[in-house]
Design a protein around this ligand. Sequence first.
Ligand code: NAD
Ligand code: UDP
Length: 331
Amino acid sequence: MTSLHPRRVLVTGGAGFLGSHLSEQLLLDGAEVLCVDNFLTGNRQNVAHLLSNPAFELIRHDVCEPLRVEVDEIYNLACPASPVHYQVSPTQTIKTSVLGATNMLGLARRTGAKILQSSTSEVYGDPEMHPQRESYWGNVNPIGVRSCYDEGKRCAETLFFDYHRQYGLRIKVARLFNTYGPRMHPADGRVVSTFIMQALRGEALTVFGDGQQTRSFCYVDDLVEALTRLMATDDAFLGPVNLGNPVEFTMLELAMRIIDLTGSRSKLQYLALPQDDPVRRCPDIALARGQLGWSPGTRLDDGLVRTICYFEELLERGLGDSAELSLVRTA
Ligand code: NAD
Ligand code: UDP
């Protein structure tokens, strides 16, 4: 049976880094997009180019409050994502994950919409298994400074599976690993944005600890492709599924690549490793390969060059600093 209207898709956190790219792709795919955001860490600028599209709508709303709209699909991305941001107001962070998930699941239940949760590799905490598979239950400190995020996301996963078991909701749970690209906030404190901004400004790159801790970096376009593929899978496939790039780098290697690619003369400055900072992180993406026919295609250098261009442009337009200020005001 053909539908009478285009697919109506709600993207919570749609004015953020990932949400804005996802909204853009969904519009290209012919969907109507309802973008909901409270602009805590995202901003209108990220979706300004979409506002003239009649299929796009932007609503200022906090997902901790119920939302009454009619939609066919929900991507639940609303949540501060960088450690610096989510620790600004830890109580707000955990409420966003838990109340936000509850409200969006309630909406999905009323409308019959399919709902996807952007969970995180942080559910594995400081993992003792490498690479991390979905079957691993994790090693999370429940009372540490990162737990507002980690435990909030873990609880949201629980809520998703309980709503599925109890009410038969059509759910999808994606565990996202470190993702980078244009529209990251220049002052979000995440390692890629921080190192690039420091390199472009000729400041020392702040390497935490000895820089031997690892992460695997996925370019945003690859990640968005994975999210839309996951939403389109058969109802029987719920996840959780790891989405990320399985190529692992130390933070020292990342720093040297960024210095090289920017042609910067910046030096390195070693600072203390933050509390509970995971030592190693790398996804096993066999499930995503099998179920979604997906693997990330963008090489780190190629993605970094595109991201560097974005930050260079921000600096040229004098937005590097003003963006920082708006963040401090809203956080
Ligand atoms: P982001 O901070 O750029 O985007 C989050 C968006 O959610 C922002 O626009 C923010 O204003 C909005 N938001 C926050 N609290 C809200 C609330 N209570 N109500 C409505 N909107 C709210 O971060 P991002 O990197 O785009 O992350 C998007 C999602 O993906 C998050 O759920 C994050 O946990 C998840 N994720 C991201 C990564 C990554 O590396 N980027 C990794 C793992 C998981
Ligand atoms: N990091 C760093 N210097 C910085 C910011 C981060 O060395 O200025 C390190 C951080 O300690 C962590 C890694 O980079 O080991 C990734 O940090 P990020 O905040 O990007 O994300 P996380 O994976 O920790 O959530």
